[in-house]
Write a protein that binds this ligand. Structure first.
Ligand SMILES: NC(=O)c1ccc[n+]([C@@H]2O[C@H](COP(=O)([O-])OP(=O)(O)OC[C@H]3O[C@@H](n4cnc5c(N)ncnc54)[C@H](OP(=O)(O)O)[C@@H]3O)[C@@H](O)[C@H]2O)c1
Length: 287
């Protein structure tokens, strides 16, 4: 199959290009190669390309930046995905578009299903919800995949920042009252391929749930078990309300139910604990 991956320079896009290149003819486009803010150019560039499946991992992902750059966030996260959906419909190609757990307000305490009402708290969440709707309004065959707390070797994320801090400082702290599920890009690549013929909304995450503090503590425990020298082995708790540097409001609970994924694929992704342990062993301990 001929695949195009947009956002190929990002954390998830790079992992998908690597993950699918063995079995498919994959072409990745980085931000510099294809800019989603230039919609006429985007239409023109895609019209000349031959592909069966377009996977969009490109997005404006800085939640606090989006809060003060609403127009830019909506252009990249909402309007451009609509253009991708129209292009795919014309070319009879499939579109897979990535979205986020931040479309939810986090008021629940049980995992969110695909048909639960979205009510974003931030401009980032609103713009991503706009993108979901723009895609699904054009095509019911498109697949919109919501993921949470994505980590992987292609771009540093929360877990890498925590490990770096623990290597350099004797104090590490992380928020203990915000809950979701860390999800490994390697596992997203594997799981997605088992369900990508489907359409509509799909939640995809590693299994289980934790706070940022538990996530950080587990990562440090894995580092210690792997023989990595740390200045701090312990993560102190912080409250979300103490994060005064956050511009955007964050939902406190955004665990995604993977029941639909399990029903479609016949399996469940491994637990976030196993995924973090594998990441630390394969990518952090070797550095
Ligand atoms: N990271 C998470 O924890 C998380 C959680 C839930 C959902 N998601 C979703 O998962 C998807 C992938 O995220 P990720 O973690 O891989 O984020 P990422 O590493 O920030 O990747 C996003 C990519 O989009 C590119 N991009 C930004 N503006 C662009 C533009 N105008 N034109 C073309 N490309 C542009 C970025 O390039 P530059 O960096 O060069 O600008 C980057 O390569 C996104 O849809 C995101 O909303 C992520």
């Amino acid at each position: 199959m001929k695949l195009l991956v947009l956002g190929a320079g990002g954390r998830l896009g790079a992992a998908l290009v690597r993950g699918y290149s063995r079995d498919h003819d994959v072409r990745g486009f980085s931000h510099a190669e294809l800019d989603l803010t230039d919609l006429p150019r985007l239409r023109e560039a895609l019209a000349t390309l031959d592909f069966d499946l377009l996977i969009n991992c490109a997005a404006l992902t800085n939640v606090d930046y989006c809060e003060s750059h609403r127009a830019e966030a909506f252009l990249i996260n909402a309007e451009a995905p609509g253009v991708l959906a129209e292009t795919c419909r014309k070319k009879r190609a499939k579109l897979i578009h990535f979205s986020t757990d931040y479309v939810f307000d986090g008021e629940r305490s049980t995992p969110y299903r695909e048909d639960d009402a979205a009510a974003p708290l931030s401009v980032y969440g609103e713009s991503k919800l706009g993108g979901e709707r723009a895609v699904l309004d054009v095509s019911e065959e498109a697949l919109v995949v919501r993921v949470s707390w994505v980590f992987g070797p292609d771009r540093p994320s929360f877990v890498d920042q925590v490990i770096r801090r623990a290597r350099e400082h004797d104090q590490v702290a992380a928020v203990s009252d915000k809950i979701s599920t860390p999800t490994y890009t390697f596992d997203i690549a594997q799981s997605l391929a088992a369900t990508w013929e489907n359409g509509g909304l799909l939640h995809l995450a590693n299994e289980g749930a934790c706070s940022w503090q538990e996530y950080a503590q587990h990562a440090l425990d894995c580092c210690t078990a792997g023989g990595l020298k740390l200045k701090s082995n312990h993560v102190d708790p912080l409250k979300l309300r103490d994060m005064t540097n956050f511009m955007a409001r964050r939902p406190v609970y955004t665990v995604l139910s993977t029941d639909r994924f399990a029903q479609l694929s016949g399996f469940r992704p491994r637990s976030w604990r196993e995924a973090v342990a594998a990441y630390v062993k394969d990518h952090v301990a070797k550095q």
